[in-house]
Each structure stands twice: as C-alpha cells, then as structure tokens.
Ligand binder design. Structure first.
Ligand SMILES: NC(=O)c1ccc[n+]([C@@H]2O[C@H](COP(=O)([O-])OP(=O)(O)OC[C@H]3O[C@@H](n4cnc5c(N)ncnc54)[C@H](O)[C@@H]3O)[C@@H](O)[C@H]2O)c1
Length: 249
C-alpha cells in the first residue's frame, strides 16, 4: 500500500488512461478524486467497488472557477491534497491534419485545456500542499514532443509546454517540499484515440520500440504510483518517458 490514505486528484479520470490511474492509485490505498468534464460517476463506482474511497467532481480544467471548486470539494471531503495528476487533455478527439488546416479556435482550445489547465489546477492545489509542507504534482506529457509527430502540431507543441512547465514549477516549488514531475507516454491504446490512427501507424509505433508490443494504460500505472509515493521523494523536475523505448534514437 504505497499510497495509503494519500489523497490523489486525477484530472481526466473518467476515461482512458486517467481511469487506469484512478484504479491503480486506489489499489495502493489512495483516496481518489475523479475530476472530468465527462461524468466521473462510473469511475467513482469502480474505485469504490475495490474498497477504496472516491469523490467525483465534474469540472473543466480550463475554467478557473472549476479548478478552485475541485480543490475546495476535495478538502471538504478528505481534508488534504497529496497528489495532483494533471492528466486531462484534448487528445483522443483531435483530428490529425496538416498545420495549415488546423482551425485557429482548435489551436486555442488545445492550449487552454492542455496548458492553462495544468497552470490552473496547480494553482488551485498549491495553498493546501504548501500548508502541508509536502505535495506531488504529476503532469502528463507525451512522447510526441520528443519525436516531433506531424499533423498534430498544436497537441505536440502543448506537450512540449508540459515539459517546460514541469521543470520551471519544480524549481519554484522545491522550497515548499512540493515535487513536480512528468510522465511522457508513448502511443497507448486508450479508446478514443484508436479511431484516429491507421493500422499502419499503430504497427509503425510498435516497430519503433525496443519493447515491440502495443502500449496499454496499465503500462503507465507503475510509474504514476512511484512518482506519487514517498519512494520518489528526491526526484523533481523530471520527465520520464514510458514508451517501450520508442523515442530513443
Ligand atoms: N493515449 C495515448 O496514446 C497518449 C500518449 C501520450 C500522452 N497521452 C496523454 O495522456 C493523457 C490521457 O490520454 P487518453 O488517451 O486517456 O485521453 P482521452 O482523450 O481518452 O481522455 C482524456 C480525458 O480528459 C477529459 N477531458 C478533456 N477535456 C477536459 C477538460 N477541459 N476538463 C476536464 N477533463 C477533460 C476527457 O473527458 C477524458 O476523460 C492525456 O494528457 C494525453 O495527452 C496519451
């Protein structure tokens, strides 16, 4: 029980990889807050069915009032915030297209969810973590930044921003005992995103890996638990690529 009684917020926790983070944290004894635009209740029920406590907060990470309410409701229910997993992003529903064809509004929306969302959620939990003298913020980046994936330039750029945000915030928050790290997953079969990728590209992803198989959400849970737990207390400012070695050239 490496996360026993820790209070872990997972944004975008209703579906896909975020749901796996919620279940994985619960299995290690955490109390889990499922924050999502989509209905968080099914994931809350799944966590509770495993004997752990959970709270669902329907919220949009790009709206400041929602992120403040997320922190307030978490504190009202559990009294503390140990871990924030900044996982929510516009990703699976994005169409792949050349950069000249990306509508300006889509570029802005990607930045507002994938980057402003991190900024707002970190600000919302900071006072509680500061008062506790400890906290962990785990941001979800992507291997696409390291590879320079085309036809997805707003997404790839936003995930590069996640790496910069992680390093700068870690530098700012070290004095408060708050660790800030990132996980960069490779292409992971997580539901929605599978509709936007051809079989050829899926295979090409697998073949580019040192470990030649498809990546699934559960492949990311071990690293998430490690970064959320006390085992990683002297690690901050880092981005860990969890992609079967696909981004090493
Ligand atoms: N699946 C992959 O191949 C892959 C690879 C690298 C990185 N990632 C990253 O991992 C994370 C999860 O990926 P996924 O495949 O599960 O994505 P997904 O698109 O399947 O799920 C994203 C979740 O975020 C929620 N969400 C979207 N906008 C939101 C908002 N404004 N406020 C709150 N919640 C919001 C959605 O409702 C959904 O539950 C994302 O940050 C993604 O960029 C995924």
């Amino acid at each position: 029980m490496r996360l026993k009684d820790k209070v872990v917020i997972v944004t975008g926790g209703a579906k896909g990889i975020g749901r796996a983070y919620c279940l994985g944290a619960a299995a290690e004894g955490a109390r889990v807050v499922v924050a999502d635009l989509a209905d968080p209740k099914p994931t809350v029920k799944e966590v509770e069915a495993r004997g752990a406590q959970a709270l669902g907060v329907e919220s949009d990470v790009s709206r400041e009032a929602d992120t403040q309410r997320l922190a307030t409701e978490t504190l009202a229910r559990f009294g503390r915030i140990d871990v924030l997993v900044n996982n929510a992003a516009l990703y699976g529903t994005l169409k792949r297209r050349p950069f000249m064809d990306i509508p300006l509004e889509e570029w802005d929306r990607v930045m507002s969810v994938n980057l402003r969302g991190l900024f707002l959620c970190a600000r919302a939990v900071f006072p509680a973590m500061k008062a506790q003298g400890k906290g962990k913020i785990i941001n979800i980046a992507s291997s696409t930044f390291f590879k320079g994936v085309p036809h997805y330039i707003h997404y790839t750029t936003s995930k590069g921003g996640v790496v910069g945000f992680t390093r700068s915030l870690a530098r700012e928050l070290g004095e408060f005992g708050i660790r800030v790290n990132a996980i960069a997953p490779g292409f992971t079969l997580s539901g929605e995103n599978e509709k936007n990728i051809s079989e050829e590209r899926k295979q090409a992803n697998v073949q580019a890996r040192m470990l030649q198989r498809a990546e699934v959400p559960e492949d990311l849970v071990g690293t998430l638990v490690f970064l959320a737990s006390d085992d990683s207390d002297f690690i901050t400012g880092q981005t860990i690529l969890v992609d079967g070695g696909g981004s090493v050239h």
